[in-house]
Design a protein around this ligand. Structure first.
Ligand SMILES: Cc1ncc(C[n+]2csc(CCOP(=O)(O)OP(=O)(O)O)c2C)c(N)n1
Ligand SMILES: [Mg+2]
Length: 398
């Protein structure tokens, strides 16, 4: 699935430098003309479709992406959800060690990926398996980490996609460094860093966004605010009016978007990417969304949230919203919807078959790449494991 061409829209013009030049040296209360205000997001998230799929009045700042791109967005969201359901099923069959579902977050996962080029870099977390398959990476390669076979199943350099990060927010620092380096090499690469609401409390988020802002590194920090960090609700995570407001403290412009409106997510991310690519430094986007499934297959969500809350979010389903809109616009019909559903089924069937094959993993590879030069302890432990494996094999042969 190679991404289609997404029309690039003009970047916003405010830069951290412009703000710095215009900022007064002494403290004074903010006024409507205060340049820092232009860094703040709109008080309401950007929304282009209402929850029923009816288009809202057109906006000049966030034009609707073209119909062929929206059709492709829909197709990848449907395939992404089928991939997600299949992956959870694979955990129950013992074929995957763990799977963090993105059900409900399809607009964010796929919309963000469609907003960047293949030559741009994506920095995913454990939550972004769906985004990775939407980027066209083989699903078996995507699931290699979660199967426990290897650190990463795809070639990060070839796919311009970093390995999925489990240590929270570490990808923000990686994204800032890579984007800074790319600019120095004379390339206009943008880095897209996915991050969760909870992870914005981590030091690495601060360090990554601050570095990117000071050195004008072209990074889009994309916060999927799905309202929980495992069992910790957003209300215990931050006292800020919205996570997007965190940008102003770093001199980074930001925006909020309805994360269950696929058209708005694509439009806002496209503009954020254009802003970064044009040399204006980083951009922060907060998408308001919801995780419909437990944190992972190993989590019991009934211990911290009410079933009624989850049910209420079913009415804001991003796939149904986009499908209604595209049907009303005559972009897709029953036949197209059926053909895409069939394609998603075939995709899941192929994944099932290939994940049933027993992987061949060398236990000694556990010790590779821990350090560039293995420590004496690692060498000793490796030898211990090697001897145990050899003894077990001899016993098996006896
Ligand atoms: C540095 C660090 N601390 C703690 C954890 C344990 N942990 C794993 S996921 C998670 C919650 C993260 O929530 P959020 O950032 O909102 O992302 P989401 O899982 O909701 O996508 C925590 C605390 C970790 N992986 N890394
Ligand atoms: Mg979260």
């Amino acid at each position: 699935m190679g991404p289609p061409h997404v029309q690039e829209v003009p970047a916003v013009t405010t830069t951290p430098q412009a703000v710095r030049r215009a900022s007064p040296r002494t403290r004074r209360p903010a006024t409507p003309t205060d340049p820092a205000r232009s860094l703040l997001p709109a008080t309401e998230p950007v929304r282009l479709l209402d929850p029923t799929g009816t288009p809202l009045p057109a906006r000049t700042d966030y034009p609707q992406p073209p119909a062929d791109v929206l059709r492709e967005l829909y197709r990848r969201m449907v395939i992404g959800r089928r991939f997600d359901t299949q992956s959870t099923a694979l955990t129950k069959q013992g074929r995957l060690a763990v799977y963090p579902s993105s059900r409900g977050q399809e607009a964010c996962q796929v919309g963000a990926v469609l907003a960047v080029r293949d030559s741009d870099w994506v920095f995913p977390t454990y939550r972004e398996s769906m985004a990775l398959v939407a980027r066209g990476i083989d699903p078996v390669e995507v699931l290699t980490l979660l199967r426990g076979d290897w650190h990463c199943g795809y070639d990060p350099a070839a796919r311009h996609t970093a390995p999925q990060c489990t240590p929270l927010a570490t990808q923000c620092v990686h994204a800032a460094g890579l984007a800074y380096g790319e600019t120095h090499q004379g390339r206009d690469t943008v880095a897209l860093a996915f991050i969760g609401d909870g992870a914005t409390s981590e030091g690495d988020f601060h360090e990554g966004i601050n570095f990117a802002a000071v050195f004008k590194a072209p990074v889009v920090f994309f916060v999927q605010n799905n309202r929980y960090a495992i069992s910790v609700p957003l209300s215990r995570q931050t006292a800020a009016p919205s996570l997007a407001y965190k940008g102003v403290g770093y001199g980074v412009p930001s925006e909020q978007v309805d994360g269950n409106d696929p058209v708005a997510v694509l439009a806002v991310l496209t503009r954020a990417v254009a802003h970064a690519r044009a040399g204006n430094g980083p951009f922060l986007v907060e998408a308001h969304t919801y995780r419909m499934e437990p944190h992972t297959n190993a989590d019991d969500q009934t211990r911290y949230r009410d079933g009624a809350e989850v049910e209420a979010w079913r009415d804001r389903d991003p796939i149904a919203r986009l499908e209604t809109y595209l049907r009303d616009q005559g972009v897709i019909d029953d036949d197209a919807v059926a053909a895409i559903a069939e394609e998603a089924e075939a995709y899941a069937a192929d994944l099932r078959v290939r994940m049933n094959a027993q992987p061949t993993v060398d236990p000694l590879s556990l010790f590779d790449h821990v350090y560039a030069e293995p420590t004496p302890q690692l060498v000793e432990q490796r030898e211990q494991v090697r001897a145990e494996l050899a003894a077990a094999e001899q016993e098996g042969n006896a």
